[in-house]
Design a protein around this ligand. Structure first.
Ligand code: NAD
Ligand code: DAU
Length: 334
């Protein structure tokens, strides 16, 4: 099976590449990744069978390159490649439109022209926007409220349009917040873990009571793999961890586990347009027979341990481009 994974040097994409090589001995994975600030070859050092993995540095919006890759044949596409950090989309939105929308368009066009058996568009629960009570189903209206989620909603609906209009065999996944090893330390959980290790303040937005539903990245990858086989073409599936937690609780759990004082947690000026709560109804996926299996407190503990044991991985990142972003994002807040 010839599988094109895009964004496979990022957080979830690299977990997917590792997972796929391990569970599918017949898969040959081409990993197309631009190596943006978030792409990192250090995420791909422990592959089960490196001979079945080919890394290609390049942009999913590069029509010529994508066409060239397709000339060898592609059976399955899993499109993870995206600009993914909400705070960056508030500061600098243009790359979000280029990659998340135009990049997805380029891949869908190639799939239309040259064919594919399965096209997984990795979307996100953020496309639904915020919900005060209850949970979003796949039929809920989309209401993205920041440039990141709006760009993802554009790709999500474009993928659907390529199914309805051109019969491209698309399946769309909308997953809740991921955490685990190798997550770029701009995101909430790894930022708070690494700042706490460094004895730096943990900048908690607003009143700290926003709610996210957390899923371990490996569970997300297992769900996508399951949907490649069991998901219906033209359908959308929510993927949820079932762990809705207020941010402040997670911040407290991190400092407690690391033996740091709670005074490190500082309430700072809120994110503009900050979604209050995400919540998914994942009944459609459960009805097919898939559920996540990682317990949240245990997985959070394991994640904290990973960052403690892999300081060189995140210190390299934090001493690079990250510094410029951190100053722009938190300079006036902390
Ligand atoms: P990430 O930012 O860690 O990784 C993104 C990867 O995409 C990087 O390796 C980067 O180099 C690559 N990339 C960026 N622009 C590219 C381009 N133009 N061409 C090729 N490669 C490019 O992101 P992540 O958190 O691993 O998210 C992966 C996917 O999952 C995204 O589509 C995201 O929207 C979706 N998602 C993420 C979460 C989450 O909680 N992190 C939840 C649901 C869905
Ligand atoms: O829900 C899925 C989405 O989850 C993905 O599609 C996105 O790619 C991913 O980045 C994530 O978006 P969030 O905005 O929910 O994640 P983030 O880690 O940025 O923030 C999680 C929560 O923590 C959110 O309520 C904002 C808060 N936060 C975040 C940061 C970075 C803080 O309080 N302080 C911070 O410094």
């Amino acid at each position: 099976m010839r599988v094109l994974v895009t964004g496979g040097a990022g957080f979830i994409g690299s977990h997917f590449v590792k997972y796929a090589l391990q569970v599918h001995p017949d898969w040959h994975v081409t990993n197309l990744d631009k190596l943006s600030y978030a792409g990192n070859l250090d995420n791909l050092t422990d592959l089960a069978d490196p001979a079945r993995h080919q890394f290609v540095k390049g942009d999913i919006a590069d029509h010529e390159l994508v066409t060239r890759l397709w000339s060898h044949g592609v059976d399955i596409v899993v499109n993870f490649a995206a600009e993914t950090h909400v705070d960056r989309s508030i500061l600098w939105a243009d790359d979000f439109i280029k990659t998340d929308v135009l990049g997805a368009f380029t891949l869908l066009e190639a799939a239309r022209q040259f064919g594919v058996n399965k096209f997984i568009q990795v979307s996100t629960d953020e496309v639904y926007g915020s919900i005060a009570s209850g949970s979003f189903t796949e039929e809920s209206p989309l209401n993205p409220r920041n440039p990141y989620s709006a760009s993802k909603a554009g790709a999500d609906r474009l993928a659907y349009a390529y199914f309805t209009t051109h019969n491209v065999p698309v399946t769309i996944t909308r997953c809740s917040n991921n955490f685990g090893p190798n997550q770029y330390p701009e995101k909430f959980i790894p930022l708070f873990i690494t700042n706490a290790i460094e004895g730096k303040p943990l900048p908690l937005y607003g009143d700290g009571r926003n709610i996210r539903d957390w899923i371990y990245a490996e569970d997300h990858c297992a769900a996508i793999d399951f949907l490649i086989t069991h998901g219906k073409t033209g359908e959308t599936y929510n993927i949820a961890g079932g762990n809705e937690v207020e941010n402040i609780e997670i911040a407290r759990a991190i400092v407690r586990k690391l033996g740091k004082p709670e005074s490190l947690i500082q309430l700072v000026k809120d994110r503009p347009g900050h979604d209050r709560r995400y919540s998914l109804d994942a009944g459609k996926l459960a009805a097919l027979g898939w559920r996540p299996n990682r317990d949240f407190p245990a997985a959070l503990d394991a994640t904290i341990d990973w960052y403690v044991q892999n300081e060189s991985w995140w210190r390299k990142i934090k001493s690079g481009e990250f510094k410029k972003y951190y100053a722009a994002q938190y300079g006036s807040r902390l």
